[in-house]
Write a protein that binds this ligand. Structure first.
Ligand SMILES: Cc1cc2nc3c(=O)[nH]c(=O)nc-3n(C[C@H](O)[C@H](O)[C@H](O)COP(=O)(O)OP(=O)(O)OC[C@H]3O[C@@H](n4cnc5c(N)ncnc54)[C@H](O)[C@@H]3O)c2cc1C
Length: 322
């Protein structure tokens, strides 16, 4: 029997988040048929290159839906219609404010089981879905399953790697929901709050600072290094707690999950709640005065030293090389 997955992808600012692409890739490594519902605002266009990228992840058919209004309730309606039409075994969504709301509403409507915050997804020998999630402050790995016919899986952002492949899928219009009372809402405005956009998730290089960066002036050293490398700035939780940076800059369990090519951690000890947000970065460099700091245990290069002395020298050396 053909196994089938329906994956939600959100078109935002002309692109689909890498984690959404990773979700499609993860689905296609488990099932025979992957359908992707791409939701976007009225007037947005899905270009040929982006379509190729979706196909490259394993999408066989892409269903395009312009949400009007762009609300989770409308997204749920479209998902629901597609579930009726395609009869998938599983619906997979990467967590976001829209996707999480839609997942919960769809699961309630279809009496489907829903598992949250998954960092792994596979099928066992009997074709049953098994999800992996982290528990007890991410210190334990737990395997979870579904007992319902339809499974709804909500993935932790950035947990699945996209493929670097292109292939053209079939593009069709998604079914249009009938106008319902709950769709009477309208979006007045949307976007990141002032100072909220950190660009962390899409950054190829991240320079992150923790409690060891004791003054805002020292953060300008990190910003300078990030600028020279063309990277973004990230922080650990205590820095957000101090009110120095908005939450969108926080890396870790309750912040962003990042997977840049290069992650430079300055004055960060390496608590598990921080590591789960950056542990899958390409090359990890740690600058810390304490040689026993746990982050040294997972790094590729470590510098034992005071960041206020090390960073300016690093920045200067890089300025001459780049
Ligand atoms: C439910 C829960 C969720 C959490 N979520 C997150 C999360 O999303 N992200 C997160 O980051 N944390 C999170 N935390 C907090 C986490 O447990 C740690 O407390 C936090 O990560 C520690 O941050 P830090 O490494 O910056 O600070 P510290 O642990 O205090 O480490 C500071 C480091 O700086 C070094 N240092 C000091 N001075 C210098 C210097 N001059 N030069 C170089 N190094 C220096 C020290 O040696 C030390 O290793 C969470 C905690 C809980 C309970």
């Amino acid at each position: 029997m053909t196994s089938r997955a329906l994956v939600l992808a959100e078109l935002r600012g002309g692109s689909v988040p890498p984690g959404n692409l990773g979700a499609i890739a993860a689905a296609s490594s488990c099932v025979d048929e992957v359908d992707v519902l791409v939701v976007c605002k009225e007037g947005d266009v899905l270009d040929h290159a982006l379509l190729g990228l979706l196909g490259g992840q394993g999408a066989r058919t892409v269903h395009l839906a312009h949400l009007a209004p762009a609300l989770a309730a409308v997204c749920t309606d479209v998902l629901d219609l597609l579930v009726c039409e395609l009869n998938p075994d599983i619906v997979i969504l990467e967590s976001s404010s829209l996707a999480s709301d839609a997942a919960a509403a769809l699961a309630a409507r279809r009496s489907a089981g829903v598992n949250w915050d998954l960092v792994g997804l596979e099928q066992d020998g009997n074709g049953s879905w098994i999800g992996t999630r982290l528990a007890l402050q991410d210190s334990l790995v737990v395997r979870v399953g579904w007992t319902t016919q339809l499974a709804v899986a909500v993935l932790r952002p950035g947990s699945f790697e996209p493929r670097q492949r292109m292939s053209q899928p079939r593009l069709v219009r998604a079914p249009q929901p009938e106008e319902r009372v709950h769709c009477a809402g309208r979006v007045v405005s949307s976007g990141a709050g002032e100072g909220e956009s950190s660009g962390l998730e899409s950054a190829d290089i991240v320079v992150a600072g923790g409690r060891g960066v004791t003054t805002l002036q020292d953060f300008s050293l990190l910003q300078e290094l990030a600028n020279v490398l063309g990277g973004a700035l990230g922080v650990s939780m205590p820095v957000v707690d101090k009110g120095w940076f908005p939450h969108s800059y926080q890396v870790g369990q309750t912040g962003r999950t990042v997977r840049p090519r290069l992650y430079i951690a300055c004055g960060i000890s390496g608590a598990i709640q921080h590591r789960v947000g950056m542990g899958r970065s390409g090359t990890i460099v740690v600058i810390n005065t304490d040689p026993q700091a746990p982050l040294f245990g997972v790094c590729d290069f470590g510098i034992v030293g005071d960041l206020a002395q090390v960073i300016p020298r690093l920045t200067e050396a890089l300025q001459h090389r780049i």
